[in-house]
Ligand binder design. Structure first.
Ligand code: PGA
Length: 260
């Protein structure tokens, strides 16, 4: 069983916010700073596919992991524009984000595709980081729990999970995710509300896979001033940060503020 009680997970999703040279510069600066990070920090960066290998190279001598933002389930084939989990694994990826709300809502990714991506990630020895979350309308209609359960079941029910591989789930309410990098471009979820959902997700995952301890992250407008309130919650092991992870100072501030 994976134990991660004292580990704080900080996952930086750079989305399409930074170009190639900005990504390499950010990675270079972060790699330099990483010598000072404490042993209980598990830091992972998710650069664009374009910057992946260069960023991976910058972190080669550090403990910082690098993950893919999106992976296709077919290993190889005539799939213009896609990159498979197997290909990302071949260039040193540790993780892949699966079912991020921008993929689900802007690119119409279905629960079934999420499942295929989870299976392909496992087959390629990547750890999938499965993102779940409700829209504002679903929350207003009091459908949050139902939506999250459907998404979790689709991703994890009946799947053969290797015991040494963590199940990582990020709860990211769609309405809480920033609309850009400008301050005030997102409405974070109240940390107590987030904790309530994480507790349910924890229970649900343990119901599906009793022998795997889930690692649960919160995502959605995480900033230096609020990150610690999420990580302080009993069922929240870390954060997935978008906009605020694309600036060195704010990412370092978050790392310092959560005590990692
Ligand atoms: P945000 O994005 O921190 O910019 O709100 C989080 C995410 O979508 O992963």
């Amino acid at each position: 069983m994976t134990t991660h009680k004292n580990t704080k997970y900080i996952f930086a999703n750079w989305k399409m916010y930074v170009d190639f040279s900005e990504s390499v510069m950010l990675a270079k600066q972060l790699a330099k700073k990483s010598k000072q990070f404490s042993a209980n920090l598990s830091l992972a960066v998710f650069p664009s596919a374009l910057s992946f290998t260069a960023v991976r190279e910058e972190f080669a001598k550090t403990k910082v992991a690098v993950g893919a933002q999106n992976t296709h389930w077919v290993a190889r084939g005539g799939l213009t524009g896609e990159i498979s989990s197997e290909m990302f694994a071949g260039v040193g990826a540790t993780y892949t984000l699966v079912g991020h709300s921008e993929r689900r809502h802007m690119f119409h990714e279905t629960d079934h595709e999420v499942r295929q991506k989870v299976e392909a990630a496992l087959a390629s020895h990547l750890t999938p980081v499965v993102c779940v979350g409700e829209t504002a309308a679903e929350r207003a209609a009091e459908k949050t729990e139902e939506i999250i359960e459907v998404q979790l079941r689709a991703a994890f029910d009946g799947i053969a999970w290797q015991k040494d591989k963590p199940i990582i789930v990020t709860y990211e309410p769609v309405w809480a995710i920033s609309k850009g990098t400008e301050p005030g471009s997102g409405t974070p979820c109240d940390p107590d509300d987030a904790e309530m959902m994480h507790k349910r997700i924890d229970r649900f995952i343990r119901g599906l896979h009793s022998d795997v301890e889930p690692i649960l992250l919160y995502g959605g407008s995480v900033r230096p001033h609020n990150a610690q309130f999420y990580v302080a919650q009993p069922h929240i092991n870390g954060v997935l940060i978008g906009a605020a992870s694309t600036k060195l100072d704010s990412l370092l501030e978050i790392i310092a503020n959560v005590g990692a």
